[in-house]
Write a protein that binds this ligand. Structure first.
Ligand SMILES: [Zn+2]
Length: 483
């Protein structure tokens, strides 16, 4: 729980106090709080605290734990560093077993309050459903965060979005045999229950087959899970207002199919539905914020598994668009699922813009690591707006090029196109996006390759613990609220 009020009260079990190096050097206590100023003075006098980035000085004053937290030189302070150092403070030993903490910012600004909320909600999230041991390093005992800020409106908005982020993370982190396509459908149904602004279309195996979403069905052939395409239509604006569609890849587990993934690559593949999870997390946020926008939230959820029915490399399948695809590799399955969902949503819902999110290519992790998603698309204006939202929210993204010649790389001798590039080991992310490009036509479209950003193995150097990051919820929410 995160709450806000505008003046420090110093009445909680603990206080975390952010300070820049400049503030410490000036020796002028920036807070109207005598005990905290005395602690700061004592720490500085004893040369125990200089306010360097990440420096922490714990003290006990009047029976309360006070942690002075350094941010470094004010010129170097970023919102990311605020999130990082605050998260470390919340996880630190002096705050163990305490449940209430007041957070005093080095400067009261809407963006800084926003970052502090994210440090509390996103930074202290840990996936513990299956941990039975009592002691755990990542466990935070704090239940109530009180952030001192005048910007309560912005901070409350940040809290709603951060809840959407963690909702998305829960979906990614749980077992693949729990979070099945049917489970994701039920999750959406539960979210929109009794909500008159949302209508729902769900395609099961029968409808998918009758309508000809043959690429998606091919991927699911080896699985005993029932495939689903889920499309939630949120009508928050007037009837004439255009719709923006968010489309997610929802591979609830991807073993690679007959082109089986090796050890080292397969273990975290329940995360291959992170695009769908981002779409669902954004839907949850939208239902709470009720923006006056027309929006579509869609995903294709299937499992890429192996049995005698698995789809086979070299075979050709026809998708909803009518195009035929040669399967060059059964592990390039996400683009097949997305191809059908994108063409279905575009044909039947006529969105003005489409943004897809997909853990699509390992090549994107090679190119941009775990910190930046790849952004590709057919519309410069939309790309720029997505990059602006990425920058504003810290769901980082970086544009990669698309150019016409790349459609030659996915030519097939036996079908219209092929699901992998003929140029081995080159521009895998661009080729994956070019494949999707073949199914969006002229509709303004942006593809976010989130293969690197959706999941971190171990504690990240940022402000996420192990597992799903909920990437995309902040970016999509920012985009839809501002466009
Ligand atoms: Zn795959």
């Amino acid at each position: 729980m995160v709450s806000f009020y505008d003046k420090p009260r110093f009445d909680k079990q603990a206080a975390v106090v952010l300070l820049t190096k400049d503030q410490v050097q000036k020796k002028a206590c920036p807070f109207p709080l005598k005990p905290v100023c005395e602690a700061l003075q004592a720490a500085v006098d004893a040369s125990q605290f200089e306010g360097g980035k990440g420096e922490m000085f714990p003290a006990v004053i009047a029976g309360k734990v006070v942690i002075l937290v350094g941010l470094g030189k004010s010129a170097d302070v970023s919102l990311t560093s605020v999130r990082i150092v605050l998260r470390r403070a919340f996880l630190s030993n002096p705050l163990k077993k305490l449940s209430t903490v007041e957070v005093i910012l080095h400067e009261d600004h809407a963006d800084i309050a926003h970052a502090a909320v994210e440090a509390a909600i996103i930074g202290t999230y840990a996936w513990k459903k299956y941990i039975t041991r009592k002691k755990d390093d990542q466990t935070v005992d704090i239940k109530f965060y009180y952030i001192v800020t005048r910007f309560t409106k912005e901070a409350s908005l940040a809290a709603v979005i951060a809840d959407g982020v963690n909702f998305s993370r829960d979906l990614v982190n749980d077992n693949a045999d729990t979070v099945t396509p049917e489970f994701l459908e039920k999750t959406v149904r539960d979210l929109i229950k009794n909500n008159k602004t949302v209508s729902l279309e769900v395609l099961g195996r029968k409808e998918l087959s009758a309508k000809g979403l043959g690429l998606l069905l091919a991927v699911n052939q080896g699985s005993n899970k029932k495939p689903r395409v889920v499309i939630a239509k949120y009508s928050g604006a007037g009837k004439g207002s255009p719709f923006t569609a968010f489309v997610g890849k929802g591979l609830t587990f991807d073993c690679g199919g007959l082109n089986l993934k090796p050890s080292g690559s397969i273990e975290t593949m329940r995360e291959d539905m992170s695009g769908a999870a981002a779409v669902i997390g954004t839907l949850k946020t939208v239902l709470a914020l009720k923006p006056k926008k027309n929006l579509i939230f869609a995903f294709g959820a299937v499992e890429n598994a192996i049995d005698a029915n698995s789809y086979k490399p070299g075979d050709v399948f026809k998708g909803y668009s009518g195009k035929t695809v040669e399967i060059g590799n059964t592990d390039a399955e996400g683009r097949l699922v997305l191809a059908d969902v994108l063409s279905y949503v575009i044909k039947n819902y006529s969105p003005a813009k489409v943004i897809d999110l997909a853990t699509l290519t390992g090549a994107c992790v090679v190119a941009l690591g775990h910190d930046y998603a790849g952004v590709l698309g057919n519309n410069d204006d939309l790309i720029m707006k997505i990059l602006a939202s990425a920058h504003a929210t810290d769901d980082r993204a970086w544009q990669l090029p698309m150019y016409p010649e790349y459609k030659d790389a996915i030519k097939s001798k036996i079908a219209d196109i092929k699901n992998i590039s003929n140029v081995r080991g080159a521009a895998g992310t661009v080729c994956g996006a070019e494949f999707l490009h073949q199914f969006v036509g002229e509709t303004p479209w942006v593809h976010l390759d989130i293969a690197g950003t959706a999941f971190v193995d171990g504690d990240s150097h940022w402000y996420y613990g192990h597992g799903a990051t909920g990437y995309g919820v902040r970016l999509c929410t920012n985009y839809l609220l501002n466009n």
